[in-house]
Design a protein around this ligand. Structure first.
Ligand code: RB5
Length: 150
């Protein structure tokens, strides 16, 4: 079986606990996890950790990332400023599946103050295992990339 490519992960203080949980879950699923932090629940800015993970994707060093803050909103807004990043805020299973099928999302964003651990597990697993459908959706995501130049 092919070794899955490593996952880059980050959070803020409000997402720290869920990040630790997701990290352990990914490890149990045989993924290597590159944890950008933080290392505890002291107050930090989600932007700093969102940038680290988004840079890892934008540079091509990682194919997939996970970001968690309180709601997921700030992380998604931050990550989507980076070229080539398609960060999807998914606090439900359907969004997670569709963000892969139609949007080829490369960063999964969740809200640690919104969802519980069991739902997070389902979301993470579905998001990692659902393939991109390509076709007309490829054309559409290519149009997103042209917007960076505006
Ligand atoms: C932190 O209090 C909170 O604002 C942050 O985790 C996130 O929800 C922002 O979008």
């Amino acid at each position: 079986m092919k070794t899955p490519s490593p996952i880059v992960i980050g959070a803020d203080h409000a997402g720290y606990a869920l990040k630790e949980f997701v990290k352990a879950y990914l490890t149990a699923l045989n993924y290597d996890v590159n944890d950008c932090g933080p290392g505890g629940e002291d107050s930090v800015d989600y932007t700093d950790f969102g940038c680290m993970v988004a840079e890892g994707i934008s540079s091509g060093r990682f194919e997939r990332g996970v970001l968690i803050c309180g709601t997921g909103q700030g992380m998604a807004m931050t990550a989507n400023r980076f070229c080539g990043v398609r960060a999807a805020l998914c606090n439900d299973l359907f969004s997670a599946i569709m963000s892969r099928r139609h949007n080829n999302a490369n960063i999964l964003v969740m809200g640690g103050r919104i969802i519980g651990t069991e739902l997070a597990k389902e979301i993470v697993r579905a998001w990692l295992e659902t393939p991109f459908e390509g076709g007309r959706h490829q054309r559409r995501i290519e149009k997103i990339d042209t917007l960076s130049a505006k």
